[in-house]
Design a protein around this ligand. Structure first.
Ligand SMILES: NC(=O)c1ccc[n+]([C@@H]2O[C@H](COP(=O)([O-])OP(=O)(O)OC[C@H]3O[C@@H](n4cnc5c(N)ncnc54)[C@H](O)[C@@H]3O)[C@@H](O)[C@H]2O)c1
Length: 326
């Protein structure tokens, strides 16, 4: 089968690709995997004759129509502008996150085969005055342009699925920690930096208060969840194709403590606390606690705790991270 990953050279896209190449897909053998992005992969990709790299702009409809060819069985739509950047550049955010999603959906629709589509949404679709636990039934009240664009994307995935144009599913991802590499322009980027940089011997700044609680998931868990989502029959989703996937809740102070347990005093001394009211406001608008019975019934798992997540980063990414910090 042929699978397309948009944003395929990004953090999650590349890892989904590596997993599909190594393990196959829940729908069957992977014969061709097309990674679409507007930037090259910062990290190495394997030499594999099934892999093709396609460069272009997600909002360019002709490019996307050429990418999603008739023999495409499934699409992971992960290309996006992250939260901080979508907030700072309104036009870019709407072009990539909304027009790009429409281009992908319409290219799928044009095939007439209703390919499976996994769309990466975010818990940024919630916001404002929230109940103590947030989940599939919570009203979507995003407080950022990024969250608004993801909420519109979810509605489109639902409508196109209802009409039989695609067989879509939209996963609301928690903040994924620890992300390797360099800080990006997501408002949540500090949540990775405050663990990653000190463990790799570099300084980091935490812009929110230690009592800020966040819902997190590890890269291992989210990549497994994205691939798992591909294999679930559309009917199993019921009335909505949107799904809040599990995360675990942890305070930023406890994240710093886990980093200290793993890296010792020397690592902990590399973390500075410097309040940034803008970042605090964005992060505080996200739900701290997730209720995910529907996702759990559909077979999605959750990380045990922050120490397990830090350990996974040390095993999977720290050696390369130290080279980067070099
Ligand atoms: N990582 C997280 O914590 C998290 C949380 C919730 C949701 N998500 C969503 O998951 C998806 C993947 O996230 P990620 O962390 O891998 O982000 P990422 O920034 O690493 O990957 C996104 C990719 O999209 C590409 N892209 C941006 N603009 C493009 C354009 N105009 N044309 C083509 N490609 C373009 C980027 O080059 C990048 O490689 C995104 O949709 C993101 O919104 C991520």
């Amino acid at each position: 089968m042929r699978i397309v990953i948009t944003g395929g050279c990004g953090f999650l896209g590349r890892r989904v690709a590596l997993k599909l190449l190594a393990e196959g897909s829940p729908l069957g053998r992977v014969d061709e995997l097309a990674l679409f992005d507007n930037a090259p992969s910062a990290l190495p990709l394997p030499e594999d004759k099934r892999l093709t790299l396609v460069t272009g702009d997600i909002a360019d409809r002709e490019t996307i129509a050429r990418l999603i060819t008739r023999d495409t069985d499934a699409v992971f739509h992960l290309a996006a502008i992250v939260s901080g950047q979508a907030e700072a550049d309104t036009d870019l955010g709407y072009r990539v996150n909304l027009d790009g999603t429409r281009a992908v959906l319409d290219a799928c629709r044009a095939l007439g085969t209703a390919p499976r589509l996994v769309f990466a949404s975010s818990l940024a679709v919630y916001g404002g005055s929230l109940p103590p636990e947030v989940g599939d039934d919570t009203a979507l009240t995003p407080q950022t342009s990024y969250g608004t664009q993801k909420a519109i994307g979810e509605l489109l995935v639902n409508d196109y699925s209802r009409k039989g144009f695609v067989d879509g599913r939209a996963l609301r991802l928690p903040t994924v920690v620890v992300r390797p590499g360099r800080p990006n322009r997501a408002a949540s980027t500090f949540a990775s930096s405050m663990i990653r940089e000190p463990l790799a011997g570099q300084e980091a700044v935490c812009p929110v208060s230690p009592d800020t609680v966040m819902a997190l998931a590890s890269p291992r868990r989210i990549v497994a969840g994205l691939v798992h989502a591909l294999g679930i029959p559309g009917e199993a989703f019921g009335a909505t194709r949107s799904l809040q996937v599990p995360g675990f809740s942890v305070s930023v102070g406890e994240m710093a403590a886990a980093m200290r347990r793993a890296g010792g005093e020397a690592a902990h001394a590399r973390l500075r606390w410097q309040a940034d009211p803008q970042i605090q406001a964005i992060v505080s608008s996200w739900p701290p606690v997730l209720a995910t019975p529907r996702a759990e019934a559909l077979g999605f798992g959750r990380d045990k705790n922050i120490d397990e997540v830090v350990q996974a980063f040390i095993e999977d990414d720290l050696p390369l991270q130290k080279e980067l910090a070099g």
